[in-house]
Design a protein around this ligand. Structure first.
Ligand SMILES: [Zn+2]
Length: 141
């Protein structure tokens, strides 16, 4: 009897452990789902920006060729496109927050585990005392 009870209790706590584990996984895949959603939004916006810019090109050329005034439409498209680009930047920022970048070796730029003392790729000594990563300057175009 006692044996059976102990086994059951063991199974119970195991089950609880598994539940906690599953919860963590859900949390992580939740981020993944969020990231996928954000990336999808970005690709939609990028497509819109692309369309706007090609429409702008057409409007400008039509205006040049036919002397028709498309000034209003051009202005609208310009400001729409800028808004979309700002939106893309915001979404990209959110993705970055959801996926903090792992540290990289200052010499060869390969990623290393947070507690590493030496780069696993090139063997460069890693200074763990370094202050937390600063905001990176905007990527160069
Ligand atoms: Zn390295």
């Amino acid at each position: 009897m006692t044996f059976i009870k102990r086994v059951t209790e063991g199974a119970k706590s195991l089950g609880e452990g598994a539940k906690t584990g599953a919860k963590n996984i859900v949390g992580r895949s939740g981020d993944l789902v969020e990231t996928t959603k954000l990336k999808y939004e970005i690709s939609k916006l990028e497509k819109e920006v692309e369309n706007n810019i090609s429409a702008l090109g057409n409007l400008v050329y039509m205006q040049f060729k036919g002397g028709v005034d498309h000034e209003e439409e051009i202005k609208r498209l310009l400001s729409d496109t800028r808004t979309q680009e700002e939106e893309i930047a915001k979404l990209a920022e959110q993705i970055e927050k959801l996926n903090p970048k792992p540290p990289v070796c200052p010499k060869c730029n390969s990623e290393y585990p947070p507690a590493a003392k030496f780069c696993m790729n090139c063997g460069e000594k890693i200074e763990q005392e370094a202050p937390p990563a600063q905001e990176r300057p905007p990527a160069q175009e």
